[in-house]
Structure formats: structure tokens, C-alpha cells
Design a protein around this ligand. Structure first.
Ligand code: ZN
Length: 404
């Protein structure tokens, strides 16, 4: 009964009083100021760093520290960049200078030799000049030294290497972006990992992680919906899914949920139902308000303030397991359906947003039932990389609590 009551309460919505709403608005303004420069301040890397940061070289599960080590320091600097930046300045300039001087000498000598050859008009004469007894001993000696050194000529030069690829200069990417085809844009970027790496490296300035209408949007206690009472332009009921509260989702998320629920059934995992989908700003006020009345400040660990719930995006689904009747949210994790979700939800574009161990980053206790749609390409990158939060996935600082 406790669970049932809690579930009902949770399902019903979280309402903050007017204080919380005011605070939320204030936070939103602060966030807008605080988060906007984030992308801009990501350093543009010199060409020396480019090979490290190119598409496909992003972190994988094996290179990431375990969750337990990563969580306490969400804002720690990313370690892999610094050594690259620090290593070169000390040694390379001198080496380059030496190479250039030598190169100039070689070029001069080679030029003289070529000039002489042209004047004499015969390769046979050049061969004769290179023989030791020739009268031009100085030039001949230089020529015998030259070949091995000349091979070094192509090695420099940093100045002429192409700049790092900018996703926003890619017409297929920007066209998809303008058409609102988020999934198409990620594919045009080269896939989820390439998209992620470009965003993290500052090579995608036209991608706004705070745009509430995008599948890649990050919404958490530092990053509210924009505007705060954002509502998706269209919402639909997912086909073929038992719908406990009549929850709607954005069309792309709805069809992805239908596909996932069907796949689970076909795989023999059992039935999944949608407990809660889209919740408006006003609904969330009521939901959070109930949690706050019960728990006070602790409500923030289990319920979002209005404007800060992913449900407001139409991209989140709370799912439950059914076998005849449906069980509650808390029962999902131990069910066959819940285990299937952990392993396969990503194949349909969903990630489990609040997992065990990620509370210091997400600000929420684990919610195995709360799925967030990010599209199949990004979900694959998230899964393959072993990521445990969307914040870390996009290189953002954690959001354990509200700002201010
Ligand atoms: Zn939820």
C-alpha cells in the first residue's frame, strides 16, 4: 500500500508553492546566463591536439574511471587533453626551427644544383659533377649528403594543416538541423559518438544543449526547460502500449516506445506499460507540491520542481511491468521486463536516465523506470561508451542540486 500510495502521489504530479516557482524562474535566468557561455568557452584546440580529438576516438567504457570514482568530482578537468597541450610547447618549436634552417640550406643547394643542370642541359653532366674528382667538389659533397635529409621536407609544417572539422559547416548536418530532423542530424554528424565528441570539443557551435525541442537537450537541476513552461508542439499516444494514465509523448518518442514495448514482448520479456509520459509545468507543480508536503527538502531527490522535469519535454516515459495487472514503479527493476529494459532500451533510442551511483551528478535517487528518449544514434553511443549520466556524456558539470 505504501508503494501504491507513493506511486499515486508520484503519478499525480509535483507541485511547488509559488516560492518554488519563483525560485525556478530565477534559476532559469541564472542558468541561461551561466550555461550559454559554456559551449563558447570550450577551447579551440590547436592542430597538435586534433588527432586526439577526431571522430571515433571518444572515451569508451574501458577508458573511463568507474562510476564510484567519477561521481564525486563531476567537474574535474578532463585528463586526456592536458598532457597533449603541455607536452608540445617545450620541445617542438626548437625542433621545427632546426628543421626549417636545414631545409632552407638544402633547398638552396638543391636549387643551385638544379640550376646548374639546366644550364648544362644534360643529366650526364650532373652525374659527372657528383663524382668525387670533379672540379665542383664542394657542391658534389653537399649533394651526396642531401638525399637522406631531403626526405624530411614533408614532415613539417603545422601552420598549413587543416582546421578541426566544424559540424556546423557541414551542409547535410545544418540542413537536418534546420528541418528539425534531430536523428538525421546526428547521423549526418557521423553517428552518436561523432556528434558527442564534436559537442564536447566545441566543434558544434550551432548545437544548443539547452534547446528543449531537441532530442539531445539536457534538462536537470542546473538546466531548466526553455522557456520554463515549455510544451512540445505536438504530443501523441503511443500505439499498442498499455497506457495507465493516458500519457502522451512526442511523436518520435511515442513510436520508439511502441517499438520497444513490442520488442520486449517478442523477446519473451513480458509486457511493459506506460505509467506516465508528458507532464505539463502545471501538472508538475501539483506533483512536486505533494512530494514537498510529505518530505520537505528531501522531495528534491525524487521529484523535479516545475520547469525542471524531463517529463515536460515529452521525451520521458515512466514504465512498469505487467503480467495481467501491472505492478508499480518500484517493482520494475526486479522484473524480467526491468532487466530487459536495462539491456535493450538503448536499441530503441532510450536510456535509463537516473541510475544507481549517479545521484551526485543527476541529483536524483535511482529511477530504473524513468526512460529518456535521445534517439537511436545517441542512445547507442551512450550505451557503447558506458556512460552513466547525460551530463557526463556531453561534458557538462553535474547538477546535484538547484542553483542559488
Ligand atoms: Zn519519470
Amino acid at each position: 500500500m505504501r508503494e501504491e500510495a507513493e506511486r499515486r502521489a508520484r503519478a499525480a504530479g509535483h507541485a511547488a508553492g509559488e516560492d518554488a516557482v519563483r525560485r525556478a524562474s530565477f534559476d532559469a535566468e541564472r542558468l541561461a546566463d551561466a550555461s550559454a557561455p559554456k559551449v563558447d568557452t570550450v577551447p579551440l584546440f590547436t592542430v597538435d591536439t586534433a588527432p586526439v580529438l577526431t571522430i571515433g576516438t571518444g572515451p569508451t567504457a574501458s577508458t573511463d574511471p568507474p562510476v564510484s570514482n567519477r561521481m564525486p568530482a563531476p567537474s574535474a578537468p578532463q585528463p586526456e587533453r592536458a598532457p597533449v597541450l603541455l607536452a608540445d610547447p617545450a620541445s617542438t618549436p626548437a625542433r621545427h626551427v632546426r628543421t626549417r634552417r636545414l631545409t632552407r640550406r638544402i633547398a638552396l643547394i638543391a636549387g643551385l644544383a638544379t640550376g646548374a643542370a639546366l644550364l648544362l642541359g644534360s643529366s650526364a653532366v650532373v652525374t659527372a659533377m657528383m663524382a668525387p674528382p670533379a672540379g665542383v667538389t664542394g657542391t658534389a659533397a653537399a649533394l651526396t649528403v642531401a638525399p637522406p635529409t631531403i626526405q624530411q621536407l614533408p614532415v613539417p609544417d603545422v601552420d598549413e594543416s587543416p582546421p578541426a572539422a566544424d559540424l556546423c559547416a557541414l551542409p547535410t548536418f545544418t540542413n537536418a538541423l534546420q528541418a528539425g530532423d534531430d536523428e538525421g542530424a546526428v547521423v549526418a554528424a557521423g553517428g552518436g559518438e561523432a556528434f558527442r565528441a564534436a559537442v564536447v570539443d566545441g566543434r558544434a557551435p550551432c548545437v544548443n544543449l539547452s534547446d528543449s525541442s531537441r532530442i539531445w537537450t539536457v534538462l536537470d537541476k542546473h538546466r531548466p526547460a526553455s522557456p520554463i513552461d515549455y510544451r512540445p508542439s505536438s504530443l501523441v499516444l503511443p500505439d499498442g502500449v498499455r497506457n495507465i494514465e493516458g500519457g502522451a509523448l512526442r511523436a518520435d518518442a511515442a513510436s520508439a516506445l511502441s517499438a520497444m514495448v513490442t520488442a520486449a514482448r517478442v523477446a519473451g520479456a513480458g509486457e511493459l506499460a506506460l505509467e506516465s509520459g508528458f507532464r505539463s509545468y502545471q501538472t508538475q507543480q501539483a506533483t512536486y507540491g505533494r512530494h514537498f508536503a510529505e518530505r520537505g527538502e528531501q522531495a528534491d531527490l525524487v521529484s523535479a520542481r516545475p520547469g525542471y522535469s524531463e517529463h515536460q519535454l515529452g521525451l520521458s516515459a515512466d514504465v512498469v511491468a505487467c503480467a495481467g495487472s501491472c505492478t508499480g514503479l518500484d517493482e520494475l527493476a526486479a522484473s524480467p521486463q526491468g532487466q530487459w529494459v536495462v539491456q535493450h532500451a538503448w536499441e530503441h533510442g532510450w536510456i535509463v536516465r537516473y541510475i544507481d551511483g549517479a545521484t551526485p551528478v543527476t541529483g536524483y535517487t535511482p529511477e530504473p523506470w524513468h526512460l529518456r528518449y535521445v534517439g537511436t544514434a545517441l542512445a547507442k553511443a551512450y550505451h557503447d561508451g558506458g556512460w552513466t549520466s547525460l551530463e557526463e556524456f556531453f561534458g557538462l558539470e553535474g547538477a546535484p542540486d538547484y542553483l542559488g
